[in-house]
Ligand binder design. Structure first.
Ligand SMILES: [Zn+2]
Length: 156
């Protein structure tokens, strides 16, 4: 049984909420997509920052494009105080619970956008107490000039 459902969200148009209590460490849903080369990402206007961003950085050469209706996980919103994160397990990306989540809580993760002079393109409406107002990764490192992608945080 699925542990999530699609709802109208307070954060953005749509989101996913927990349809039952979810334990810390649970694999909730796969973030599905198609693999694209980073060269294509740089050159294809489909991936401009002015559009919604569904790209994940996989490695130096490839990204995962999740901008497909069959990728339900694309609806999960960013939060500055998230209850999920994305983990790469084998070749797959999974949305994992990073704490116990109660039924009806909205599922969120940190999109991990790098800090960049363009950060104001991505206002955050997550309503968390620690919300910084923009979607920028927690440990924003240095300013870089490249296209925004979601980043996987490696815990191990
Ligand atoms: Zn926020």
């Amino acid at each position: 049984m699925k542990s999530y459902k699609i709802v109208k969200s307070n954060i953005d148009k749509k989101g996913l909420i927990a349809s039952k209590n979810i334990k810390f460490g649970t694999k909730i849903i796969e973030y599905k997509g198609r693999i694209v080369s980073n060269k294509k990402v740089e050159n294809d206007p489909k991936f401009d920052n002015s559009k919604d961003i569904y790209l994940f950085d996989l490695n130096k050469r490839f990204s995962l494009d999740g901008d497909f209706s069959w990728n339900t996980a694309r609806l999960i919103n960013h939060s500055c105080n998230p209850n999920c994160e994305v983990e790469k397990i084998g070749n797959k990306l999974w949305i994992m619970a990073i704490r116990d989540i109660k039924k009806d809580e909205e599922l969120t993760y940190d999109y991990g956008f790098s800090f960049d002079s363009d950060y104001k393109q991505f206002p955050c409406k997550c309503r968390a107490k620690n919300c910084c107002g923009y979607i920028v990764r927690e440990e924003s490192r240095w300013r870089i000039n490249k296209k925004f992608k979601k980043n996987i945080r490696i815990n191990r």
